[in-house]
Design a protein around this ligand. Sequence first.
Ligand SMILES: [Zn+2]
Length: 477
Amino acid sequence: MADRLPKQAEDFPAWYVEVVKRAGMAEHGLAKGSQVIKPHGYAIWEFIQRALDDRFKATGHENVYFPLFIPEKLLQKEAEHVEGFSPELAVVTIGGGEVLEEPLVVRPTSEAVIWQTYGKWIQSYRDLPLLYNQWCNVVRWEMRTRLFLRSSEFLWQEGHTAHATKDEAVEEALRMLEVYREVCEDVLAIPVLGGRKSQAEKFPGAVDTYTNEGLMRDAKALQCCTSHFLGQNFSKAYDVSFLNAQGEQELPWGTSWGFTTRMVGALVMAHGDDRGLRLPPAVAPVQVVIVPIYKTDEEKSSVLGVAGRMRAALAGEGIRVRVDDRDQHRPGFKFSEWELKGVPLRVEIGPRDLASGEVVVANRVSGDKATHSIDNAVSEMPGMLQQVQAALFADAQAFLETNTHTAGSFEELSEGIEARGGFWVGPWCGDHACEEKVTAETKATIRVLPIQQADPGGQCLVCGRPGTEYATWGRAY
Ligand SMILES: [Zn+2]
């Protein structure tokens, strides 16, 4: 292996980029601002996709696909929406060698084209709800790439639903927030803080934006996903209405919600250590790697024989297992490489182990190495993987708790954010001026407000007027 990885504590951003590149997850693309997702990163994304998609289907959603190009004038119908997205639009003005009569926007998100189309699909209350999702790429012009976290094109899913009542739409937005929480916590082992965004931080065109925020190991927050209650903003802008059961015209209520490839980056930053990735087994492309150790040809054939049988037995248990029988690398090199790639469990089989009917199992998360009889190693492996999954979550949960603080004053808030990072919670009056002041002085933003506004029973940390809700502040990616 080349030079050692930068240490997390010394240079977290450099550590992150090196892990992503050396683990074969992604690299910068040829066009400025773009990125290439490589096999190890894409395989993780596929597990995330499956975890989400299964849950979307289980909650009654179907997949659809809308076009990549959106007539520019369509986007302009919702004023707040277009204002929010204009600075980052890519617009096609020439097609087939000719200047287009009407420019086409490369989708930054699909509310505009989907609500315009819903106008044709929604006539009566019997047509509702529409519960659709699409898997696609989106483009938001961006010249400074940060692998997985920021690039001009990324992959995501976007759900777009339409409902007959406000209550139903709010319920849907919160249901999907809960689906996202489950995937973050139970699949990615990233504990999250769920809540509502401030009006300044919400999605352009939404009434309310809900989010799950995670905390990375450098104590910076990361918005893991968002779910928006759109009110009737888009049905109004795109002339979508329906006949209710009483024969009256009404505007449907909307939601949209998204989860992106940035979560592959979040996985790196929430769990990784100085040796590289530590992957939750639920999304690890390889859950168990078997490294055979031998010197002579005779040892090689007996060790590989046992490794092959063990591989088959583990695969039979539904475990994603690989035998690393590459001849050109020594075992020590292989150990480091699989540690870098975050493989949860490593099995070492050498001639001495074979003689005693045993193997060594190394745990990437705890760092423990233990000797098991070959038969036990196979039967205990599913349980060991569950333990790794639980241990990663517990680790991240403890980190989140240690790094969530209560601020009693503005000084405590700003000094705390500067010195320790993490989440800082305190009363806020709801005034945007106070929100801006904190951001101007600390570079922290309101990450979440409680889903239901509640009196914090204290004075705003910034202006001293009565607080109207608890705000959670933090510096974020
Ligand atoms: Zn205030």
